[in-house]
Design a protein around this ligand. Structure first.
Ligand code: FAD
Length: 373
């Protein structure tokens, strides 16, 4: 039997980054994954020559030069810039909230006019509060941005996302609503953003080169559960509650469901991301995958396009866990699991499921950099 330095459970971005670093340090790694492919949630499936983000749209963004140089040393990234559009009852608005949005909403053309409009609407909301703190998400949003933007771009969209009325959601969900008084539709404030040229699978393949990889194997239902027989150390990126056999209970997640279809047009919506902010449309957004990697004339070269409608759904047994729900119940439970994990020797817990923490890809890589090899 081949002896490894590391058995890595999970071939997502965390496991793959640790594997890469370990390989560079001359260590031998075995990476296993219960899915029938590598890459975890950044995996793409090719349909009609288009890389389809199977587990949701992924846009890489970071302000860390170290992270940016690292991923670009594996595969070059393109110049994709995220600039979503919102559709409310057939009218389109640019996001994030900026001068284009304010022009579309009110016809205002200068930052001073836009600020005056927002201030006027905020004042109305603050007056209605009569000096008390906002008691729910609706009051919070109204006091931050006023009724027009709240009604058109936030209210029904947020209700769809959470499956609850904004008046029943806590105010803290929205701490700030950033507004920009410039004509700039770039969603992220980070210094660097883009998509790997050729797709995310190339990034994962590059990170896993040099490791032995087995897919379709569940750690818990395989010989690898007795990991000490195979490796000196275990890197575990699966769910922490599952690792401890749910002894303190099951952690909850919010999930999303995708309906993906091929459409007979080279350009369906002219943008990668269109949010549907009205309640009567059941999905929250439509992703048109080709726009992540095809620009200008390239768009017309593939005659078809692939779109995914994204729905927010309540998490049930057997569904993909996506976003941790950071309420008191889950945070207390996760802390109990984390304290067990802290006392393990030779087991490293990392990534979104093992830490029960939402990570964007940039910070996730930074945390994988911190693993002592
Ligand atoms: C819908 C959605 C959209 C997102 N969009 C963005 C974005 O635009 N930009 C951004 O920066 N970040 C985004 N993210 C975050 C990004 O997906 C994560 O940072 C990243 O995928 C986490 O990688 P990971 O390795 O921790 O987990 P995962 O990718 O989940 O990998 C864990 C792997 O472990 C495997 N595994 C689990 N249990 C076992 C077991 N028992 N045995 C064997 N294998 C097991 C799983 O099959 C999986 O492949 C998004 C996340 C979601 C949910």
């Amino acid at each position: 039997m081949k002896r490894y330095d590391y058995l890595i459970v999970g071939s997502g971005l965390f496991g793959a980054t640790v594997a890469y670093r370990a390989n560079k340090a001359g260590k031998k790694c075995l990476v296993i994954d219960r899915r029938n492919h590598t890459g975890g949630n950044i995996y793409c499936e090719e349909i009609e020559g288009i890389n389809v983000h199977k587990y949701g749209a992924h846009i890489f963004h970071t302000s860390s030069k170290e992270v940016w140089d690292f991923v670009n040393s594996i595969v070059e990234f393109n110049r994709y810039t995220n600039s979503p559009v919102a559709n409310y009852k057939g009218k389109l608005y640019n996001l994030p909230f900026n001068m284009n949005t304010f022009y579309q909403m009110w016809g205002v053309k200068t930052p001073a006019e836009a600020k005056a409009k927002i201030d006027e609407q905020r004042a109305e909301a603050l007056e209605a509060l009569g000096g008390r703190e906002p008691a729910n998400l609706e009051e919070q949003a109204l006091s931050l941005i006023g009724k027009d933007i709240y009604t058109t771009l936030i209210k029904e969209y947020t209700q769809k996302q959470w499956g609850r009325k904004c008046t029943e959601l806590p105010a803290f969900i929205i701490k700030r609503l950033p507004v920009r008084f410039v004509y700039d539709n770039n969603y992220f404030n980070d210094k660097y953003q883009g998509i790997p040229i050729g797709g995310y699978n190339r990034l994962i393949e590059g990170l896993l080169a040099g490791s032995d990889v087995i897919t379709g194997v569940d750690f818990f239902n395989s010989q690898y559960k007795e990991w000490e027989k195979f490796a000196d150390k275990l890197v575990f990126t699966g769910a922490i509650d599952e690792f401890y056999d749910y002894r303190f209970g099951k952690l909850e997640y919010r999930t999303v469901h995708f309906e993906t279809e091929t459409v007979d047009t080279p350009n369906y919506q002219g943008n990668a991301v269109v949010n549907y902010t009205e309640g009567s449309v059941p999905y929250t957004r439509i992703i048109e995958h080709k726009h992540f990697e095809m620009f200008g004339e390239e768009i017309e070269k593939t005659p078809k396009s692939v779109i995914s409608k994204e729905f927010s759904v309540e998490f049930k047994e057997g569904m993909e866990p996506y976003y941790p729900i950071n309420n008191e119940r889950n945070n207390t439970m996760a802390d109990k699991y984390r304290s067990l994990a802290k006392n393990e020797t030779d087991i490293i817990f990392g990534g979104r499921l093992a830490e029960y923490k939402y990570y964007d890809m940039g910070p996730l890589i930074e945390s994988a950099f911190k693993v002592e090899i």
